[in-house]
Design a protein around this ligand. Structure first.
Ligand code: PLP
Length: 287
């Protein structure tokens, strides 16, 4: 396995960075998780847009143009001979001193890791996941603005710990006002009487690339879509609930906080959206 590290390919064992990296010391950096399907990078432009917007927001100079970054992604995939898998792209502030000041960090680190991926078994897509709502609240602006996909994932880690304790695959995070925000690493959708709902990102949700693709599919397939705030009551009372994310794709939820959702397995809208999403990923991408 070859890792892209600041313009070079190094073996996994030799892919090492400084303990003075501010990504390590302070979580000062950003990242993307991207899928490769059949040798294509799914929604490469959208991922790079989000990365470069996040960088702009935190005043992080990425030492590569978008074209160069795309080239580095393609190069790393080829070097590893991967046709299907997952790309983790990390840009951290780079090494500085122990102080917080990013001005002391002259050069960002760029790291690209590609790997095989299988997150849920196929029957989970048919049967649905169990889920719970958890106590950590989704952070809202400034620095933890959900639009910035930063390396500050402690809240998400707390959510993961609670989901592990509850024995569920993904959990539901609320925002400080109690509105449903998202999962630990997935966006959330509910379906009620044929209408598909997802929280607006200002509620405290990452503007997920998969979320965007599903919203486009809803429009194309003629499902009415509403981006509006909702509460746990709306989740419990929904006909269908599903999560979306780069790794999980579109995964149904059959139970939330002990309440069965709909028929207790993947419902018709979720099933259709997953099938259409899987068609889309084979045709939509950068070689
Ligand atoms: N929300 C959070 C907090 C995430 O980390 C992710 C995944 O990266 C998502 C949502 C889903 O976004 P995407 O579809 O771009 O993977």
């Amino acid at each position: 396995q070859w890792i892209y590290l600041n313009g070079e390919y190094v073996s996994k064992e030799n892919a090492k960075i400084s303990v003075y990296d501010h990504g390590f010391l302070y979580g000062d950096g950003i990242f993307e998780g991207i899928r490769i399907y059949g040798g294509n990078i799914f929604r490469c432009k959208e991922h790079l847009d989000r990365l470069y917007d996040s960088a702009k927001s935190i005043m992080l100079d990425i030492p590569l143009t978008r074209e160069e970054m795309q080239g580095a992604l393609v190069g790393t995939i080829r070097k590893n001979g991967l046709r299907d898998g997952y790309i983790r792209l990390v840009v951290s502030r780079g090494p500085g001193n122990l102080g917080l000041d990013p001005l002391r960090c002259p050069a960002a680190y760029v790291v690209i890791i590609v790997e095989q991926l299988s997150i849920y078994p196929e029957d989970a897509y048919r049967d649905g996941l169990r889920s719970v709502s958890v106590s950590p609240r989704r952070n809202l602006p400034d620095a933890l603005n959900p639009k910035i996909k930063s390396l500050n994932y402690l809240n998400n880690v707390l959510v993961k710990i609670q989901s592990n304790q509850a024995g569920v695959g993904e959990a539901i995070m609320l925002n400080a006002q109690g509105y449903v925000a998202e999962g630990s690493s997935d966006n959330i959708f509910v379906v009620k009487r044929g209408v598909v709902y997802t929280p607006p990102c200002y509620i405290g949700a990452l503007e997920g690339i998969t979320r965007g693709a599903i919203m486009e599919l809803c429009e194309r397939l003629g499902y009415k879509l509403k981006e509006e705030p909702f509460t746990l009551h709306d989740v419990y009372a929904a006909d269908e609930v599903f999560f979306t994310g780069t790794a999980a794709e579109v995964i149904a939820v059959r139970e939330v906080d002990g309440r069965a959702i709909g028929e207790g397995r993947a419902g018709p809208v979720t099933t259709r959206l997953l099938a259409e999403f899987r068609k889309l990923v084979t045709v939509d991408g950068v070689k």
